[in-house]
Design a protein around this ligand. Sequence first.
Ligand SMILES: *Cc1c(COP(=O)(O)O)cnc(C)c1O
Length: 395
Amino acid sequence: MSVLDSRLAPVLDDLRERSLYRVRRSVDGAHGVQMRVDGRDCINFCSNDYLGLASDPRLAAAAMRALDRSGTGSSGSALISGYNTEHRALEEELAAFLGRPRVLLFSSGWAANVGVLKALLGRGDMVIADELNHASLIDGARASGADYQRVAHADVDGYRAALQRAALDGRFAMLVADGVFSMDGDVADLPALRQLTHQTGAALMIDDAHGLGVLGATGRGSAEHFGIEPDVLMATMGKSLGCAGGLVAGSETLIEYLVQRARTWVFSTAPPPAIAAAAREALRIIRSEPELRGRLLANIDRFVRGARDRGLPISERAVATPIQPVIVHEDARALRLSRELMERGYWVAAIRPPTVPRGTARLRITLSAAHDAAQIDGLLDALAQSLTVLDQVNP
Ligand SMILES: *Cc1c(COP(=O)(O)O)cnc(C)c1O
């Protein structure tokens, strides 16, 4: 074994022993509700394609038209040669939709969070972060060199104390939180966060990866839902928009600053124009077909009511979002439950540390506008049966 491999192999062995080893399942064909995964047919309840747009033929057609016109690669960073009219049009349409002056596209949500936090924060500054924030927010904030103040989940008093301390010290502070928490499905108390940051002279950054297209009267996300405006609004096009790529919305000054300073944007090839064309079509559909969101909300409601009727252990906090965790605590139990469901034809991935805190392993069920009532009821029945089987094997 090479020096490197002999260093890595024991770590892998340890992960296997602790039920923390991860494997990929390969999807054959389009990403939808009925899927073929590792050679077997199943109903998908674990993707972030909340509106069913990832396999919508209208998005594929828009991408193909752009491929015919513009080819595959953008062939350069946006500042050199990679900025296409499709990118510009998508930025303008997203800005109009979100009601913010400007939008900047990144190649992924991960790149957006890391690029923004490193550009906006530095030594001497403070970042105040919810403990359940997405990994990209944690990495970006830590890499910025700012002091990292981790606050217990949704602890408004904790945020207040940290913000007041920063204000007393005369330091620039930014409060950073998910709008919809990705593994728990609960929504941040944005009005409280906005008020606290205003009172203490801090900035507010919201990651709305799971709110965009889902929450708010017109799908503009958690900020619309609460009627507040963060200083930095980040989201991704890889979830409800069914495409790929990150976006940041904010003031003219913010976006121009990022154009000069966000290293994950400056030094990275611009996304393919065709993916921007597909995202434009997704945005057009979200704006013109509000019934899609209506169907998603009805499906969430059916799932939550059905789970309560069957006495299933769903979260009390995640009532109105498509992310519905079933927390089973032990890692091995989450894996077994996921396998039991797959035996019954339902695909729900087990989520274990480090994606979630130790002792909170779970199934993360996600709902889509594309599910029908029978599929949701079928999942609920399969979940009840699987939990019973698990309790018989290992009470
Ligand atoms: C998925 C996700 C990201 C990363 O976005 P990608 O486009 O997948 O890189 C960032 N933040 C949150 C909360 C997410 O769920």
